[in-house]
Ligand binder design. Structure first.
Ligand SMILES: [Zn+2]
Ligand SMILES: [Zn+2]
Length: 262
């Protein structure tokens, strides 16, 4: 049995792409960066497109799907998405096995992947839980709030990637037009640092030891602000970052380190 690995190739409104797998194979969640960058980053971890079991799409915003056409047409990587997303992306004909239904797990070799609803303003919006060797890796990016269904998935996660998009004060005082600010803050927008921190502080559980904050805004956030806001809110509940849980902010346009879990 090979150890679970995770790396973020990029995370934010200029592109999102995550790898979850082992030393030999794995999946991508989203492919919103250039195909050449994906190829290069896979090579860095000893893999190529033939090792990908599929790309699982969270939603149809461009920063999540940019590289889908070449992945499907040139490299023949299966694309997994809900029917609504496939229809928007005009992937035709779509073999049935690639159409995901929310809350129905799909088995790909020894990986079990479940899509679940999140609240955002794409055509259809999901997060994912990946089960491997009895552990659960849950990823939610781009969500306005944590709905009960998503909270249920987090309650069972050993590893979690969750959005910390903006600092509330930076957004408030920043240069975005009022309509865009309202969209970001809405229940179908993005999760702020304190939204993420409050949720985590109230919903921490003993199995959750690794938290990665994703989709940080370039204009309305800073990595250290996201980190401090979340760690301070956790500390109020007696949860100490570094002792009880690992907390990492994922960079926007450079890859994270490769995490290899025991
Ligand atoms: Zn996005
Ligand atoms: Zn989005």
């Amino acid at each position: 049995m090979d150890k679970l690995r995770f790396i973020s190739f990029a995370s934010g409104s200029s592109g999102n792409c995550f790898f979850i797998g082992n030393a030999y194979e794995g999946i991508l969640i989203d492919a919103g960066i250039g195909i050449r960058t994906i190829k290069k980053e896979l090579k860095e971890i000893g893999l190529d497109f033939s090792h990908l079991l599929g790309v699982f799409i969270t939603h149809d915003h461009f920063d999540h799907v940019k590289a889908i056409p070449p992945l499907k047409e040139k490299y023949f990587v299966p694309i997994f998405a809900t029917l609504a997303i496939h229809q928007v992306l005009r992937h035709e004909p779509v073999p049935e096995r690639q159409i995901l239904q929310k809350n129905i797990p799909v088995h790909v070799k020894e990986w079990v992947i479940t899509a679940f609803e999140v609240s955002h303003d794409g055509t259809d919006n999901v997060g994912y839980t990946i089960e491997y060797q009895g552990k659960k890796f849950t990823l939610l990016t781009d969500l306005g709030y944590v709905c009960d269904n998503a909270a249920h998935h987090i309650s069972q996660a050993d590893y979690l990637v969750i959005e910390a998009n903006y600092d509330e004060e930076m957004l408030e005082t920043g240069s975005y037009p009022a309509m865009l600010k309202a969209r970001i803050r809405s229940n179908k927008g993005h999760l702020s640092n304190s939204d993420a921190g409050k949720f985590l502080a109230e919903n921490m559980h003993p199995n959750l030891k690794h938290i990665y904050l994703c989709h940080l805004s370039h204009s309305n956030n800073l990595p250290e602000l996201a980190y401090c806001t979340v760690s301070d809110l956790l500390a109020e509940q007696g949860i100490v970052v570094g002792r009880d849980v690992e907390l990492v902010t994922l960079e926007r346009s450079s890859p994270s380190k490769l995490y290899i879990f025991d």
